[in-house]
Design a protein around this ligand. Structure first.
Ligand code: NDP
Length: 306
């Protein structure tokens, strides 16, 4: 059976940064990229707040560069999904793609978070046929058409602004009477003439036919119902951590985020470290994820030296 010192699960800024540090420390890490190689940033447009890029950088480009940096120091980057893991004793055992078992002296979990959906049956029916959680991936299909974005946070505003540059009209469906996004983002949304914000509205149903989405039925908090005609329905209502694999094996908080010892990446299982959005419900930035990847690799190195 294959045996490695460090197994890194996940390939966002946290996983790749952990890989850079672990490789440079001669720990010969093996990194599995997971379901979404490069993580959430591969579905982002411009990143203007990562230090060192005065002109900004595209998400996919930044992830490709981080990947190249990890490769440069010898990280063994593999495509594959860790489908099972046993953290009950060391060495830990992970099964990849339900067929290949690997033993690891330590594990860095950087599996990130995934988009949430509303949970409507009609939303599931039209997923991939007008329903999407990624405007930058799918917005192109709705050029010059009308679309809706659900949510009132920074992600929803960012998605609405992106779509407004392509589409005829963008409705923002916001359940509260205000936006939760940063002031700067709100201002940009309010200043965009083809974005209409429908405050205090919830989605009752996504409407469509065999071709895909044609509209949405919304209900205002006063009970009145409105139908909007749209071709695309975009979700931007937050994320949930990708921790299903670890349930019952390490301490998670009520929302499923991995609990770490404050100021470290140490989880409740000795030899298992967590980095990035999977343990961070608060900051969730590329730079904080990268920083926590560095911390995880340093904690891991110290653990292995013991
Ligand atoms: P947030 O949790 O900040 O916002 C989620 C939004 O979705 C809220 O408006 C929330 O409403 C709404 N929502 C949640 N559940 C439902 C539901 N079931 N039905 C309808 N609406 C719902 O998530 P984001 O992804 O926007 O942001 C996460 C973090 O990432 C934040 O800290 C944000 O600042 C950061 N971020 C920063 C960016 C940047 O700096 N450029 C870009 C994107 C994100 P309610 O307010 O009522 O709870």
């Amino acid at each position: 059976m294959e045996h490695v010192k460090v197994l890194i699960i996940g390939s966002g800024p946290a996983g790749y940064t952990a890989a850079v540090y672990a490789s440079r420390a001669n720990l010969a890490p093996v990194l599995y990229e997971g379901i979404e190689p490069g993580g959430q940033l591969t579905t982002t447009t411009r990143i203007d707040n990562f230090p060192g890029y005065p002109e900004g950088v595209d998400g996919p480009q930044m992830m490709a560069e981080l990947r190249a940096q990890a490769l440069r120091f010898g990280t063994d980057i593999r495509s594959g999904i860790v489908t099972e893991i046993d953290l009950s004793s060391r060495p830990f055992r992970a099964v990849v793609d339900a067929e290949h078992t690997i033993e690891a002296e330590s594990v860095i979990v950087a599996t990130g978070a995934s988009a949430k959906y509303l949970g409507l049956e009609s939303e599931t029916r039209f997923r991939g046929a007008g329903v999407s959680a990624c405007a930058t991936c799918d917005g192109f299909f709705y050029r010059k058409r009308d679309v809706a974005v659900v949510g009132g946070g920074d992600t929803a505003c960012e998605e609405a602004l992106y779509l407004a540059s392509l589409c005829r009209k963008v409705y923002m469906v916001v359940r509260k009477p205000f936006l939760r996004a940063s002031q700067a983002m709100q201002r940009r949304v309010f200043d965009t003439p083809n974005i209409e914000i429908l405050f205090e509205h919830n989605t009752v149903e996504v409407l469509g036919d065999e071709e895909g989405v044609t509209g949405a039925l919304l209900r205002k908090t006063d009970g009145t119902e409105t139908k909007i005609d749209i071709a695309g329905f975009f979700l931007a209502i937050g994320h949930h951590p990708n921790t299903e694999l670890f349930k019952g094996q390490m301490e998670l908080d009520d929302e499923g985020y991995i609990k770490v010892e404050p100021g470290t990446s140490r989880t409740s299982v000795e030899g298992v470290f967590a980095a990035g959005d999977v343990k961070d419900p608060h900051y969730r930035q590329a730079v904080t994820a990268a920083g926590s990847g560095c911390i995880a690799a340093l904690d891991c190195e110290r653990f292995l030296l013991k």
